[in-house]
Design a binder for this molecule. Structure first.
Ligand code: MG
Length: 271
């Protein structure tokens, strides 16, 4: 099972590199840190969706609040068959099928984001509506360090705890780097999980690159009855490509042909 995740994550990383090279634009570091989590969430069937019926009312909802990393979702969705792989050849291009920041015009994408601090709020609304209607699907939100600096995000933490939204799962891709630097130097989140726990959430810290840890965590959702779930996933920005790993510069990168091929070699994938 874990081999399947590994293979899928490798393909997701390759596709992200390809897209960022095609578009000569993109937040590659933020994509690579989330790739392993996407492989388990979708590859493990935890986000229950059907490419033949993308709008099925009982589907789970997944919202990428760190919309700048949209290509990691596109790479995952095309693997599942939501749209043709050729669409990736138009990423970030004029009149292309795949927009730079994630877009709900792409099949399988629930919501367009880009400005930080919006995703969790939308998820809270979806979770409350589902709860009120007695619907059983889950609402997943993937967030970033910078996202969690936003005041609106903390308003959502407050509201979700108070209203016992146990159908809501927030996952932070906690690579400790944001657009302009290391998070500790900009707006340090400190003992992040403990802070959110005081807002009435069940929390867990995981290794965002450990397939077993991720699978076991997603299998045990909700972590606590009557509480929303908050998962702090420790990750490495640019994970898998040595010259991108843990660098601020990888947040936004123009990938040359040579760098793309070097990255492919490191991942062990063919052109
Ligand atoms: Mg970050």
């Amino acid at each position: 099972m874990y081999e399947n995740y590994k293979d899928l994550a490798k393909r997701i990383r390759k596709d992200c590199l390809h897209m960022v090279h095609v578009g000569q634009s993109g937040h590659i570091g933020s994509m690579l840190s989330a790739a392993d989590m996407m492989a388990v969430l979708y590859g493990g069937g935890f986000v229950k969706v059907d490419p033949k019926n993308p709008k099925a009312p009982d589907r789970d909802r997944f919202i990428l609040s760190k919309g700048h990393a949209g290509a990691v979702v596109y790479a995952t969705l095309t693997e599942l068959g939501f749209f043709p792989k050729e669409w990736m050849d138009t990423y970030y291009c004029d009149n292309g099928k795949l927009m730079g920041h994630i877009s709900h015009y792409v099949p399988g994408v629930e919501y367009s984001t880009g400005s930080l601090g919006h995703g969790l709020n939308v998820c809270v609304g979806m979770a409350l509506a589902a709860k009120e209607k007695g619907e059983k699907h889950k609402i997943y939100c993937m967030m970033s360090d910078g996202d969690c600096n936003e005041g609106s995000t903390w308003e959502a933490f407050l509201f979700a705890g108070q209203h016992h939204l146990e159908n809501l799962i927030a996952i932070v891709d906690y690579n400790r780097i944001q657009a302009l630097g290391f998070s500790k130097d900009i707006c340090d989140l400190g003992d992040f999980a403990s802070k959110v726990a005081t807002f009435g959430w069940a929390t867990k810290t995981v290794d965002g690159h450990d397939f077993m840890d991720l699978e076991n965590t997603f299998k045990s959702l909700p972590l606590e009855a009557g509480k929303p779930t908050f998962i702090v996933a420790n990750t490495i920005k640019g994970k898998g490509v040595s010259f991108l790993e843990n660098t601020v510069a990888s947040h936004y990168w123009h990938l040359t042909e040579e760098q793309k091929l070097e990255a492919y070699r490191e991942l062990g994938v063919e052109e």
